[in-house]
Design a protein around this ligand. Structure first.
Ligand code: 13P
Ligand code: SF4
Length: 305
């Protein structure tokens, strides 16, 4: 079976079985093509709450499949490849944060959605990269403990100078690995290009950007801009998707290291095999975890919408 034939078979099976396929924008092109919805973490969370189908297959990483299950506990939710985790989501556990919280009792715990369901049970509000600044501004508390990404947290802190934002040492190993010299080299190679950067990158990279925003923010900015060339400072698939969407513009990945091995661990064959009942992992969570983790996700949707 070639790629096209497998895609056709996936489309046929998902219709027959009334399955919805959600994919994060960092997934490969051939997966984005068969998905019912492709988006950034925030858009996927909003969509997850509204999916009409009984079964959802998440092509993304584990915390994204967990978020779907938390928002729609009555649905059957599969993570298409069980090894697709997010190292950032595993960096901090509940006990560690409870200890920090006990020393900062009047702080609101703002958790990036890239956290485990277990950690979400003790967070006050969730955020994604596209909703973090808006939610930080909307909170009535002016003291925020931002977990786990110190780079996104530093970006948020800069946008809300009237609030105190405490950070811990966590972050995305892929985005945080981009070095400021790589940005300078990319700019020297493409002097007319605008630099669009994800806030998971380190401040010395973010400072050199013409635009800083989430995955969807970067895509929307590039599509709407009159500029013709862009250096893309986020996962490499975004440059590829944009190149398809805007063939008259040029998109250059900022670094060849901006490839998330976890997002890329899901293949088209995995999705095919999940639909055949041969692969994937059904997300199972107890009711108590679902109920407590849901509070901070609901709050994110309420304040971030
Ligand atoms: P967004 O989808 O919020 O842009 O986050 C990027 C990311 O790293 C997802 O894991
Ligand atoms: Fe996690 Fe970074 Fe990969 Fe996103 S890009 S899934 S934050 S490791």
């Amino acid at each position: 079976m070639n790629v096209y034939e497998m895609q056709q078979e996936i489309l046929r099976m998902k219709k027959e079985q009334d399955v919805c396929i959600l994919a994060h924008s960092y997934e490969a092109r051939e997966i984005a093509e068969i998905a019912d919805f492709v988006g950034d973490s925030y858009a996927l969370s909003v969509k997850a709450a509204k999916v009409p189908n009984q079964t959802v297959i998440m092509c993304g990483v584990r915390f994204m499949a967990e978020t779907v299950k938390i928002l729609s506990p009555e649905k059957t939710v599969y993570l298409s490849n069980p090894i697709a985790g997010c190292p950032m989501a595993e960096q901090m556990d509940k006990e560690m944060i409870l200890q920090v919280k006990s020393q900062l009792p009047d702080y609101t715990v703002m958790a990036y959605v890239n956290t485990t369901a277990d950690l979400k049970t003790i967070a006050d509000v969730c955020v994604t990269s596209s909703s973090a600044v808006k939610i930080a501004k909307a909170l009535d508390n002016d003291k925020i403990l931002f977990i786990p990404d110190c780079n996104l947290g530093a970006f948020v802190a800069k946008q809300v100078p009237d609030k105190t934002v405490k950070l811990l040492q966590g972050g995305c190993p892929i985005h945080a690995a981009v070095r400021p010299e790589e940005v300078r080299a990319a700019k020297a190679a493409h002097p007319d290009a605008l630099v669009l950067v994800h806030p998971e990158c380190v401040p010395a990279v973010v400072e050199q950007a013409d635009y800083v925003g989430s995955t969807s923010g970067i895509m929307d900015y590039a599509k709407a801009s009159d500029a013709k060339e862009f250096i893309i400072g986020t996962e490499i698939s975004i440059a590829e998707h944009l190149q398809y969407d805007c063939p008259d513009k040029m998109f250059y990945p900022m670094s060849k290291h901006l490839i998330c091995p976890n997002m890329k661990s899901t293949t088209l064959v995995d999705v095919y095999r999940v639909l055949r009942g041969e692969f994937g992992e059904e997300i199972v969570m107890d009711e108590k975890t679902i109920a407590s983790a849901r509070r901070c996700i609901d709050k994110m949707i309420e304040l971030g919408g």
